[in-house]
Write a protein that binds this ligand. Structure first.
Ligand code: LLP
Length: 382
């Protein structure tokens, strides 16, 4: 089930590029379907993780919805074939133009993150003569125990609404002709590798629902618990597919859904990370003082996660089979000291021209690439 690289196809391709193992993506999607259909859960793919059109089409064909965070993502989702009603739109800073796009296309739901935003959506919906379906994003104040930059559900984060303002906002939706309240939205962070934060989230949601019911709110049609399920960056071949079953089972066992209530997920990384690798060519092998550098043609402009989050992607020498292991710092060509993919990596002897794979790069890889240093954007092969 793990990725087999078609190296014969790589020879002529211009590096660096992203290689997507579509078979692994299909298997991952099949697993998601299998685990969710048992419970009747819905998954919206968080397309911020990877908006490559080939990937989006495949995910759309598998029947997932789309979780978007910008007008650009809404447009790309529609172009890939997602139906408007299967698109949800989140983000703390939706502009008027983006809201209008969502209203005119008739998207499934706006995940609202402030009182002001709700007012603007209502005003624009009145002007357009349409009804906006809205969910309220609540900050559940749960520590997801992940990297500081990708934890989102704490009170100190900019995301979501404090529970204290929520009942009034729901009442406001109920009174408005232009707003339809559909439910509550949560997201606690990303690359979460234990289930405990999710169990806490379920408890928090159960208590909130009890509380809201005591206040007379009984019209919550959907609960959206966001995404965040982590993947194995250390050993992608051992765990090519994330642990979906225990994850979905935990929500089934712990979350007290009311009659007819729908449960939604917004998974990004766990859907696409393992099917993608960044393929790069070795330009030089440089002997430093007490160090040997493998200088490759991919840099932080192609895969920024190591530089930005101290992330580590497993590195493989695809052309060095059978050679003796040696130690390298694998670095990119960009003029920044943080442009390093790995320190003290043990790899089969690396030579100029070898192809290396940076694994588990299907999520937040290609989509975060930049043209810093006026480099070209990486290509892709599927
Ligand atoms: N829903 C919301 C509201 C989110 O903010 C996110 C991710 C997701 C869903 C999807 O989370 P996932 O299932 O992919 O963990 N660039 C960072 C990750 C940023 C995640 C931002 N929000 C990285 O490379 O690790």
């Amino acid at each position: 089930m793990s990725t087999k690289f078609p190296i014969e196809r790589f020879g002529e391709a211009s590096t660096p590029f992203y290689y997507y193992d579509m078979e692994l993506l299909d298997q991952t999607l099949a697993k998601i379907k299998q685990s969710t259909s048992r419970y009747g859960f819905n998954v919206h793919y968080a397309m911020k993780a990877n908006a490559n059109p080939a990937i989006l089409r495949r995910i759309c064909e598998a029947g997932l919805g789309a979780d978007t965070v910008s007008g650009g993502e809404i447009a790309a989702a529609l172009k890939a074939g997602f139906k408007a009603q299967d698109i949800v739109f989140a983000g703390v800073g939706k502009t008027d133009a983006e809201i209008l796009l969502g209203l005119r296309e008739g998207i499934g739901c706006f995940n609202v993150e402030s009182v002001q935003e709700l007012e603007i959506i209502e005003q624009l919906a009145i002007e357009e003569g349409v009804t906006a379906r809205v969910a309220l994003r609540i900050n559940p104040n749960i520590d997801a125990h992940t990297h500081h930059y990708i934890t989102t559900g704490l009170e100190e984060n900019k995301f979501g609404l404090d529970m204290s303002v929520v009942p009034d906002m729901i009442r406001r939706c109920m009174q408005s002709q232009a707003l339809e309240f559909v439910g509550l939205h949560f997201h606690i962070g990303s690359q979460i590798t234990t289930l405990e934060p999710y169990r806490l989230l379920c408890e928090r949601i159960n208590a909130m629902q009890d509380d809201l019911e005591r206040q007379g709110v009984t019209s919550i049609k959907s609960i959206n618990v966001g995404g965040g399920l982590g993947i194995d960056y250390d050993d992608p071949d051992k765990h090519p597919i994330a642990d979906f079953e225990p994850y979905f089972a935990l929500f089934h066992d712990n979350l007290k859904l009311r009659d007819g209530q729908q449960l939604h997920f917004e998974l990004g990384r766990a859907v696409v990370a393992q099917c993608g690798s960044l393929i790069t060519r070795v330009i030089y092998v440089k002997e430093g003082i007490g160090k040997r550098f493998a200088i490759v043609d991919a840099g932080m402009t192609d895969l920024i996660r190591p530089a930005l989050y101290q992330a580590h992607h497993k590195i493989e020498n695809l052309t060095g089979n059978g050679r003796e292991l040696r130690q390298y710092d694998v670095v990119g060509p960009i003029c920044e000291s943080s442009d390093v993919f790995g320190h003290d990596e043990m790899l089969p002897e690396v030579r100029r021209g070898d192809l290396l794979a940076l694994r588990s790069a299907g999520a937040y890889g290609e989509v975060m690439a930049s043209r810093y240093n006026l480099r070209n954007l990486p290509g892709f092969m599927a």
